[in-house]
Design a protein around this ligand. Structure first.
Ligand SMILES: *Cc1c(COP(=O)(O)O)cnc(C)c1O
Length: 397
């Protein structure tokens, strides 16, 4: 009898009790809007911003409606105009090129390496076309950030970091999202903190911060921000910047604050699970584990491996056989986008040239979510199932 996994790949942990209590307090108060504060009261949203800025070591933080909204706001705040080209990853999720499209920009895709990070040679070759790179740390894989920042600084390219998968991660001790001009995070259910929907935006640049605050829909109440720039930063900007509503509310902020306090502890738990799976997958013929650089502290909320050089039929056989045993794998090589899985040539509103080198990598990427509701035994079982099914198909091929 072969083992079957019975858990759910989409089941998150409950909201911590202190978050639930804080949320109930906000509901009892009736003051859910971030600027609706009683005399002397600091809003949950303003406190969240202050705490997150301190946590990552950024000067300014703005909480918004989603990660996608944070990215579009960042692009607007650094001056991207309709028709401008914006560099971004060929391997990322749909809201990333979507944020560029939202501001009328034109995505220019940069290739992916077999370490699943942005290809710096391709970035160097293409950097002359654009003033901005929307860099997606897709699935938590960090490129060599010193090399990337040096390259972009030399080319005069502003870096905006998409940290949807790296909230809580760091590169050589630097929290992800603080090396570029702006760091954008998602607080959506499937990321590292869960308020259903939500986003965070950090920067050290007072002008960019001021523009973002006004863009998010602050009306003229920006002085209620505890993690915003000084009032003088708004002097001109407040007249020139449109209000494109996308605020965070106090209910979500109340839920998020206790979760952010637990982020380091959650990282330990995520990485125990990640490395339990990784260990179990090692030495599987035909399967390549992605070696994580020593400079990277990861948030192991998902794991990827490569089936390099495999035929589509055989990859699909592995997925089907694993699914029969309860293990849900996603594949970035499929001809059609499925679920959350798509890639540069799925986004046909962009006129993107073919990327044969990236296609080879994408064709082998298999991806799996690792929710914290899995036990370490679950992780070992999942790895045994994948190993057995990959081996069976590999040997039969
Ligand atoms: C989820 C996600 C986003 C966007 O976050 P939302 O809060 O869903 O808008 C951006 N980039 C990546 C890589 C993501 O996975």
């Amino acid at each position: 009898m072969s083992e079957v996994f019975k858990g759910s790949f989409t089941q998150q942990e409950p909201i911590p009790e202190d978050g639930i209590e804080a949320a109930v307090d906000v509901m009892r108060s009736g003051r859910l809007h971030r600027y609706n504060t009683a005399e002397g009261e600091l809003s949950q949203t303003a406190l969240l911003e202050q705490e997150f800025a301190a946590q990552v070591g950024a000067k300014y933080c703005l909480a918004v409606a989603s990660g996608g909204y944070a990215m579009a706001t960042a692009l607007r705040a650094v001056g991207v105009k309709p028709g401008d080209k914006v560099l971004t990853n060929a391997f990322t999720l749909a809201p990333v090129p979507g944020a560029i499209a939202a501001v009328g920009g034109v995505p220019v895709f940069v290739g992916v390496t077999d370490q699943l990070v942005i290809d710096l040679d391709d970035l160097a070759a293409q950097a002359g076309q654009a003033d901005v790179l929307l860099l997606s740390h897709m699935r938590g894989h960090l490129a060599d950030m010193e090399a990337l920042m040096a390259l972009c600084d030399d080319a005069g390219v502003i870096v905006i970091e998409d940290c949807a998968h790296t909230m809580g991660a760091s590169w050589r001790g630097v929290p992800s999202g603080t090396q570029g001009k702006v760091g954008c995070y998602s607080c959506q259910t499937y990321k590292h903190v869960n308020s259903g929907e939500g986003g965070l935006f950090v920067t050290d640049d007072p002008e960019v911060a001021a523009r973002a605050v006004i863009l998010s829909g602050s009306y003229m109440m920006y002085e209620k921000h505890l993690a915003g720039p000084p009032a003088e930063a708004y002097a001109q900007i407040r007249y020139e910047t449109p209000n494109i509503s996308g605020r965070m509310d106090n209910l979500r902020a109340a839920i998020l604050r206790p979760q952010l306090r637990k982020l380091d502890a959650q990282r330990v738990r995520w990485n125990e699970r990640y490395f339990a799976i990784e260990t179990g997958l090692r030495d599987t013929p035909g399967l390549t584990v992605i070696e994580r650089p020593a400079d990277e502290v990861i948030m192991g909320s998902s794991i990827q491996f490569l089936l390099q050089g495999w035929s589509a039929t055989n990859v699909e056989a592995v997925l089907a056989r694993c699914l029969k045993r309860g293990v849900e794998l996603k594949w970035f090589g499929g001809a059609e986008p499925v679920g959350f899985t798509s890639r540069y040539d799925s986004w046909r509103y962009v006129d993107a040239p073919a990327m044969p080198k990236s296609d080879v990598v994408l064709a082998g990427i298999v991806d799996m979510r690792v929710p914290l509701t899995f036990s370490l035994e679950d992780c070992a079982l999942i790895a045994r199932i994948i190993k057995a099914e990959v081996s069976a198909v590999y040997q039969g091929s």
